[in-house]
Design a binder for this molecule. Structure first.
Ligand code: SF4
Ligand code: SF4
Length: 95
């Protein structure tokens, strides 16, 4: 499921997202955007207005490596490399 997620380290509390939310699901608390997921309908509008990319629609169940749009071939190469490393580690492990 895709939901809006705020990176609280980046959020400056400007309130742009809260202003456009049609469901009044965002409150600014201590200069941070706090989303009430009971009210949010995941429309995605807030994601469009954050001027610094602190709020993005994400799928929290998806591994970060896929979320960032990594090419499938790159991913396959990485899996191959890790499998090879695992094989090498097993060879050196005492029985
Ligand atoms: S996704 Fe839509 S409903 Fe949810 S917090 Fe953002 S603007 Fe509001
Ligand atoms: S628009 Fe971005 S920086 Fe401004 S309050 Fe919302 S999440 Fe924070």
């Amino acid at each position: 499921m895709w939901i809006p997620i705020v990176d609280l380290r980046l959020c400056k509390g400007c309130g742009e997202c809260a202003q456009v939310c049609p469901d009044n699901a965002i409150e600014i608390v201590d200069k941070k955007s706090i989303i009430d997921y009971n009210e949010c309908t995941c429309c995605g509008v807030c994601d469009r207005v954050c001027p610094i990319g602190a709020l993005e629609i994400k799928n929290p169940t998806m591994p970060p490596i896929l979320e960032k749009g990594v090419q499938l071939e790159t991913l396959k190469d990485e899996v191959k490399r890790l499998k090879q490393k695992l094989r090498e580690m097993r060879k050196t492990m005492p029985l």
